[in-house]
Write a protein that binds this ligand. Structure first.
Ligand code: PEP
Length: 251
């Protein structure tokens, strides 16, 4: 049975003390959430060590928001997968649309990043999703299929056990626009078909596929009720512990 997960992507928000306080509040409230729901907080690199201390020996797992596409060396300002793993984090988000859009993150770079993350024992939340023009042109299936194929088809069925997919329609991120539950289900089911065709039914059935894009306590229930929606990657609403936990209570 695939895992249900609610992951908070803090993006470039909170100072270290604010982040530590937010993590503490999430840990405190996490007891309300059924044990089968995985809870992850993805923090800026600067926050990983102190937040690792806060979440250590709790059910809340820690993620980075990115890692480098190089192993180590003269890459000023980059943070490697090994460095992330050494903080105590066990996950990294990769391929977020903001990384793709503002920092030139290509599918080719993502293959290297996923390889390094897995080699360093990190699990991966790989983001895919179409921009508004692509949705309006009816190209969303084709775009998402290409992102899944270009990155994930470089990995084995066994490696897929360490990879979660987040479908995030870019037009819904931070905009207040949410995909309807039907739109989310349609693409999630499609992604599962793409996985089944390459990796087989079992991998497709076992892969957690999260929805992301203006998910909040008021709309999470309808989204999570869909057969192929296994939880959410949450941006804005993850910055308030009550909202984040409210979403996790929506299964
Ligand atoms: C995200 O950035 O992954 C996201 C889903 O953001 P928001 O929830 O703010 O739309």
């Amino acid at each position: 049975m695939r895992k249900k997960i609610v992951a908070g992507n803090w993006k470039m928000n909170t100072t270290v003390p604010e982040g530590v306080a937010l993590a503490k509040a999430v840990v405190e409230k996490s007891a309300q959430v059924p044990a089968e729901v995985g809870l992850i907080v993805a923090t800026p690199f600067t926050h990983l060590c102190p937040v690792a201390e806060v979440v250590s020996d709790t059910r809340v797992e820690l993620s980075a928001e990115n890692c480098a596409d190089k192993e180590k060396g003269a890459y000023t300002g980059e943070v490697s997968a090994a460095m992330v793993a050494s903080t105590g984090a066990t996950w990294t988000i990769l391929g977020h649309s903001e990384r793709r859009q503002y920092y030139g993150e290509t599918d080719e770079k993502l293959v290297e990043k996923v390889k390094l993350a897995l080699a360093n024992g990190l699990k991966v939340i790989l983001c895919v999703g179409e921009i508004l023009d692509e949705r309006q042109a009816g190209r969303h299936f084709e775009v998402v299929k290409a992102q899944v194929e270009n990155v994930l088809f470089n990995f084995s069925a066994a490696e897929m056990a360490s990879i979660v997919i987040a479908y995030e329609p870019v037009w819904a991120i931070g905009t207040g626009l949410t995909a309807t539950a039907e739109q989310a289900e349609e693409i999630h089911a499609f992604i599962r078909k793409v996985l089944a065709a390459h990796f087989g039914e079992q991998v497709a059935e076992d892969t957690t596929i999260l929805y992301g894009g203006s998910c909040k306590p008021s709309n999470a229930k309808e989204l999570f009720a869909q057969k192929d929606v296994d939880g959410g990657l949450i941006g804005g609403a993850a910055l308030k512990a009550d909202d984040f936990i409210g979403i996790a209570l929506s299964f």
